[in-house]
Design a protein. Structure first.
Length: 199
C-alpha cells in the first residue's frame, strides 16, 4: 500500500510540475519576449515577409538558396524524411540536389558543396546556411542580377553571424535576411511576390 501511495504522489507531483507549472513558465517567458516567442517575424513595408527562425523556399537564380526541406518548409508540419544515409531513395534525392546545384552554379566543384545545401534537416525549417554555403552561390546570384560579384560577396560577409558568445555553435548566415538585403541593394527588382512564396 505504501508503494502505491508513493507512486501516486510521484505521479501527481510530476503532473503538476510538467503539466501545469512548466507550461505556465514558458507562457510567461513568451509574454516577456513577444517578438522572439512569435518566431521573430520580419516585415517589409508593413507586410509580413517571413520569420527569422523559419526557413523559406528560394528557387530563383536571383536568390541565395537555403537548406532543403523534407516537409517543403511547412511550419505546421515540421520533421525530417526519417530515411537513413544508406537508403537508396534518400541517396538518389541527394544526388539529384547535387546535380541541380552544379547545373545552376557552373564553376563550383562537387567537393565544395556544403552538406547543408543538399541534405534536409530534422526540422525541415532551418533558416541558416554556412558561410561557405552562401559564398559558393555568389557568382550565380551576381550574374542573375547583373551585379558586381565583389559587392554581393561583401554583402554575404556582412551577414555572417558569429557563434553565440564566440563559443557555442558555428558561424552561419540567415538566408531570408540575406535575400532581403540583396533586394535592397538591387532595388530595381520587384521581388515581393517571390519572397512571399516561401510562406
Amino acid at each position: 500500500m505504501k508503494a502505491i501511495l508513493k507512486d501516486l504522489k510521484l505521479h501527481f507531483a510530476t503532473l503538476i510540475l510538467f503539466g501545469l507549472l512548466f507550461p505556465l513558465l514558458i507562457w510567461a517567458i513568451g509574454l516577456l519576449f513577444p517578438h522572439q516567442s512569435n518566431g521573430l517575424p520580419i516585415y517589409k513595408e508593413g507586410k509580413l515577409i517571413g520569420f527569422e527562425n523559419i526557413g523559406q523556399k528560394f528557387y530563383s537564380d536571383k536568390y541565395f538558396w537555403g537548406r532543403p526541406s523534407a516537409m517543403d518548409y511547412n511550419g505546421a508540419s515540421t520533421g525530417g524524411s526519417n530515411k537513413g544515409p544508406t537508403n537508396p531513395e534518400y541517396l538518389a534525392q541527394v544526388e539529384e540536389r547535387i546535380q541541380q546545384f552544379l547545373d545552376k552554379n557552373p564553376g563550383v566543384k562537387r567537393s565544395e558543396i556544403p552538406s547543408e545545401l543538399v541534405t534536409a534537416s530534422g526540422s525541415g525549417l532551418d533558416p541558416h546556411i554556412s558561410p561557405q554555403g552562401a559564398r559558393i552561390q555568389v557568382a550565380r546570384v551576381a550574374a542573375a542580377r547583373n551585379l558586381d560579384p565583389e559587392r554581393v560577396r561583401q554583402l554575404v560577409e556582412s551577414h555572417i553571424e558569429a557563434p553565440l558568445l564566440g563559443l557555442f555553435g558555428t558561424a552561419r548566415v540567415n538566408v531570408l535576411k540575406l535575400n532581403l538585403a540583396l533586394d535592397e541593394m538591387d532595388s530595381g527588382n520587384n521581388t515581393d511576390k517571390e519572397l512571399k512564396s516561401g510562406l
